[in-house]
Ligand binder design. Sequence first.
Ligand code: PNS
Length: 186
Amino acid sequence: MDLHRRERLALCPGSFDPITLGHEEIIRRALGFVDRVIVAVARHATQAKRGLFDVDERVAMIREVFADEPRVEAQAFDGLLVDFARRVGARLVVRGLRAVSDYEYEVQMALMNRALDPELETIFLPSAAEFSFLSSSLVREIAALGGDVTPFVSEPVRRRLRARFRRRDPDRPTDPTPTPGEPWRP
Ligand code: PNS
């Protein structure tokens, strides 16, 4: 074993509002070729939009989801991704690509990040086919409307979504999971 080999560290940055099984799959695949992954949750100081969960809750959920994986940690960051990458000593960014529609935005970000810091490389992993339609925004919408998000998020996330929407609407039944064959009605 080469004791002097530099640790291979990747950043998986995003909004993660909340983390989905699609994100998780990309992060676990990244562990196949790096030693450690930092899941970096952007604070988006320039955006007025608050999101559903605050950034600390998003980080807490990611930590719960990866509680069994010591090679994954979650951190929030302010400001530019390139500055955060430099601070933690990461030179690789891993992003998932779901569909052609993601491509333009993703390549634009990758090229901009490289222009800001030529030492920071971005690689894309194609998402698993079963998650190629999945997004945090659709998960939020399904949860808000009382749908079952079990196929799309891990248990800690499902619990928090349930608690969140129960709190917002005190008249909603405590368990929004529909029984088979019977649609749940708010
Ligand atoms: O999950 P998202 O919302 O697609 O992730 C976008 C994210 C957080 C990776 C991107 O907005 C980002 O890196 N934000 C940090 C600020 C920054 O560096 N902006 C310039 C990106 S080229």
